[in-house]
Design a binder for this molecule. Sequence first.
Ligand code: PRP
Length: 185
Amino acid sequence: MRKLSRWRQEIERKLITQAQLARRVRDLARQIERDFAGRDLVVVSLLNGTVMFLADLLRHLPLPMRLDFIGVSSYGEGAESRELIFTKELRLDVRGRDVLLVDDILDTGTTLKRVLAKLRELKPRRVKVCVLLEKKARRVERVRADYVGFSIPDLFVVGYGLDFAERHRNLPFVGVLRPQYYQIG
Ligand code: PRP
């Protein structure tokens, strides 16, 4: 067997394969197409983790739409102490429009809760949330997604846009990181 490169060795196993991702993303796009047909759609995507999911989702979404991004990053551990920093503000006007908010993972819900509150101040007609992954076990905030690719257990996942210390985003599958790489002590 070909020797894995060092960074690939940090991955314990694949959780969701490329084929599974492709199938599910197509299903989500079909659902979204049905729900938003004929609407004035603005897709708002959160940087940076959505990069792969968004690109694949949009190429299967044959609807007139506009696209914009919100940059948001979190620092610190745990939902209580986590600080969110907005690195890019929305530029498009969403007033009276239908917004599809796309994120890679719904974890504690802190990010989505803050972003949804910010978006709603801009008076869109409605906002629907689409996430590739969700970890139900970790939810702290009362926030739910309308479209969910996969519900996953509480594992440290990387790949297909998701990172560990900004690495592994380019893996074409969702993998589980070996605990020794993120556990301290
Ligand atoms: C990650 C992820 C979600 C958020 C989910 O963002 O992209 O936006 O955390 O966690 P929560 O539900 O507990 O708030 P991160 O700050 O790691 O930025 P990134 O997208 O650039 O990886």
